[in-house]
Design a protein around this ligand. Sequence first.
Ligand code: NBP
Length: 473
Amino acid sequence: ETARIGVTGLAVMGRNLARNLARHGHPVAVHNRTAARTKALVEEFGGEGTFLPAETPEQFVASLERPRRLVIMVKAGAPTDAVIDEFAPLLEPGDMIVDGGNAHFADTRRREAALRERGIHFVGTGISGGEEGALHGPSIMPGGSAESYEALGPLLEDIAAKVDGTPCCTHVGPDGAGHFVKMVHNGIEYSDMQLIAESYDLLRHAAGLAPAEIAEVFRTWNTGRLESYLIEITAEVLAHTDAATGKPFVDVVLDQAEQKGTGRWTVQTALDLGVPVGGIAEAVFARSVSGHADLRAASRNLPGPARGAVADAGFADKVEKALYASKIVAYAQGFHEIQAGSAEYGWNIDSGAMATIWRGGCIIRARFLDRIRAAYEADPSTPTLLTDDHFAEALGDAQDAWRDVVATAARIGVPAPGFATALAYYDSLRADRLPAALTQGQRDFFGAHTYRRVDRDGSFHTLWGGDRTEVTS
Ligand code: NBP
């Protein structure tokens, strides 16, 4: 018997992906560096479908039907290269290697180019949804050649999450496009989580609500336009009580957030591409600040404002509006980065299709993504989601509330970097004139960097050290 597809790397993600394939009736070859994992998988879940366990790479490759489809689910980085080096010599032209790990898209581009020379399709694939998603249906973002998608697409679409019958999987674009989009997905996820965290913090410290009460607020929000997986789990976490102490769970968790790197990559890449993603950057920095225990301890006694909580009956509604508006900005920034990456690398990514495959399976799954899809359907080449009719109306409706929330945070000394940067981005985009004109003047003054004028073409320089006449440069 031959396997339709094989998975090597059987930690939580690989194991669940293999089970998902088997449950959908696809015979799957399974392999892991440490054979015990392979054995455990077959022993525990062998009844779920057809598994072909292999102890050696040779045995694994021999059990695959041709062209071979081989999925790598190992720790991203050097382990991925090690596994490629181990398996590629055993493959033939036309075979496909799918890397489902969280690889950096630049590594994927390098690997794809190297394997293409040997006639092997390398398909860097973003997979979101954690271990539950891998088992029950993740959101899948495959890159690589269009030809490889013909052979892989039906299988991947079969095991992906479905929303209204549409699979949360589509061919993103060539080489590193899939991992790039997965990276930005994670950056948006950081931003979304940070905005939710700030909402909680303000409801707690500005409105004086207890965690259980805030959980109720989030539950209500989850029945409206903010309905999403992240809002849903936020309510669950806030409603949870620590068994050992009887305190709200959120009060016994150390307040130092961790990160694995995709958020940081999103910001680093945005800097390289020249795309402003302040919402994502502030979310990464907020985690970073939280983790600097010494810095925080040294600063704890610095003075703050005199005012405490500001009770305001309508405050929760204002926070809902601020959250929705800031969320629109966060997604607009993320999609801007996707479009910039697509242009830089010639990927031709369909932004509306990305919103479509994020509607289910992944961490940022939400009703909201239907709105983004609709926005790109209405205007596929729009430079920003902010000007879409629906979003512009929501931003208009949020104006007073959004500004009140940011002002309240500043007044009572609760940090709200996500809300504040979103509003600043919004105001920057809609400004008639930005102080960048002054910046240009300064640059010309100290470095003769020249400037352009509003009324004439060309580059100019003022003789600042002399008689201050203007010269054409
Ligand atoms: P891990 O990231 O913890 O990796 C463990 C696996 O890598 C094991 O199978 C291990 O084999 C194998 N491995 C290592 Br480490 N070094 C190896 C080497 N040199 N040669 C061969 N195999 C090697 O597993 P995971 O949490 O299942 O994640 C797998 C991938 O999926 C990662 O890239 C991750 O970033 C990505 N991802 C994870 C999630 C999630 O929620 N966990 C979500 C989305 C994507 P061994 O058993 O012999 O040690």
